[in-house]
Ligand binder design. Structure first.
Ligand SMILES: Cc1cc2nc3c(=O)[nH]c(=O)nc-3n(C[C@H](O)[C@H](O)[C@H](O)COP(=O)(O)O)c2cc1C
Length: 221
């Protein structure tokens, strides 16, 4: 698959079929993604791949916890600035409209939105997930390395006919994740990622993007 096609066809899938993802495919993708760049080649990502019975257990524990309304875990990092400035605020609003509008959820129906969000902790039905951790002492440059790595994983998954959804939602229940994956104490969970084959019967919401002039400046004269 051409890189442009991988970029164009990657989107956050929120409805997966239960078709299993072969372990050798995940190994091939993760071995290739290991060639992602990182400052001084630190390779600061720590990836845990969870499938089969452990993933079923994790999903069950997480969904039960969220449905029961138990409090979120204390955050280890700030997901968004408390006051989003324009144009970020409008983009976030537009995304929520697209995401929940596609599910037929009316504007302002926060309860229905919350119910839909619970699918996060069922990995949207995906049979595989990865959890990406980083050392507590690492700074912004290393966190940005994680982003490059995760995007490389997602593009390579496209080359294998697979789809994904990166999910910070997992950080809200990070202790449930660590109960299952048992990472070393020094690691912080950045995000999870659901991985699988898209459920073709479910129409996916496609997001838009800001125009190039909003985000890119060419300085050439
Ligand atoms: C770091 C990161 C965390 C995200 N967390 C979630 C999440 O918890 N749940 C979710 O449904 N989507 C999540 N997303 C997906 C974004 O909503 C999505 O990438 C964005 O709206 C653009 O849509 P697209 O990926 O379909 O192009 C996350 C994306 C990123 C990069």
């Amino acid at each position: 698959m051409d890189v442009y096609d991988a970029v164009r066809t990657r989107h956050s899938v929120r409805a997966f079929s239960d078709r299993a993802v072969p372990r050798e495919v995940l190994e091939r993708v993760l071995a290739a993604a290991a060639w992602s760049p990182s400052g001084s080649n630190l390779q600061p990502w720590h990836t845990f791949v969870v499938t089969g019975e452990p993933l079923s257990r994790l999903k069950k524990l997480a969904v039960e916890r969220v449905v029961a309304g138990k409090p979120w875990d204390e955050p280890e990092y700030t997901m968004y600035p408390p006051e989003l400035a324009s144009a970020y605020r409008e983009r976030r609003h537009a995304f929520a409209e697209q995401r929940y509008g596609a599910l037929g959820i009316a504007r302002g129906d926060l309860e229905a939105r919350q119910r839909a969000a619970i699918a996060n902790w069922d990995c949207f039905g995906a049979p595989a997930a990865l959890f990406c951790f980083v050392d507590r002492e690492m700074g912004r440059p290393q966190w940005s390395d994680l982003g490059m790595y995760l995007q490389t994983v997602m593009l390579l998954l496209r080359a294998e006919g697979l789809h994904s959804c990166p999910q910070m939602a997992w950080a809200k229940v990070r202790t449930t994740v660590t109960d299952i994956v048992q990472p070393p104490e020094r690691l912080i969970l950045f995000c999870g990622m659901s991985i699988g084959y898209q459920d073709a019967a479910v129409e996916a919401a496609r997001t838009g993007r800001a125009s190039l002039t909003e985000t890119v400046t060419f300085i050439d004269s």
